[in-house]
Write a protein that binds this ligand. Structure first.
Ligand SMILES: [Zn+2]
Length: 118
């Protein structure tokens, strides 16, 4: 079977478990692999940080409740959160230290993960 370097695609000679032609190809391959991993993580972190920024902004208004539309308008992304906590009949979703819980239809109450333990 024709074996090729996982990095540059050159034909491989020698040991059958060899995956790269040399150390340079090996480290280049892992560098690129880790770079892709880092990019995936940082894309998601960017969304989470943006969500947290919107929650911070909300907190600074001293309004206890807000509406889903208002958060969406600001670019809040409901699919992303760092963790959640089960309340009696609802779930509180957090982006790091700040979170929200649904209070009726499309209405949310802001909560902090540090202060409030339900
Ligand atoms: Zn190579």
């Amino acid at each position: 079977m024709d074996r090729r370097c996982n990095c540059c695609g050159e034909a491989l000679l020698g040991r059958s478990d060899k995956r790269f032609c040399n150390d340079a190809c090996r480290s280049q391959h892992y560098h690129l692999h880790h770079q892709k991993e880092r990019e995936k993580i940082s894309d998601i972190n960017r969304i989470l940080r943006n969500n947290r920024r919107i929650l911070l902004e909300w907190r600074s208004t001293n309004e206890e409740l807000t509406y889903k539309d208002k958060l969406l308008q600001k670019g809040f992304c409901f699919e992303y959160y760092t963790h959640f906590r089960e309340l009696d009949d609802r779930k509180a979703y957090f982006c790091y230290d700040l979170g929200y819980v649904e209070e009726g239809r499309a209405r949310y109450k802001l909560i902090s993960d540090q202060e409030e333990r339900f």
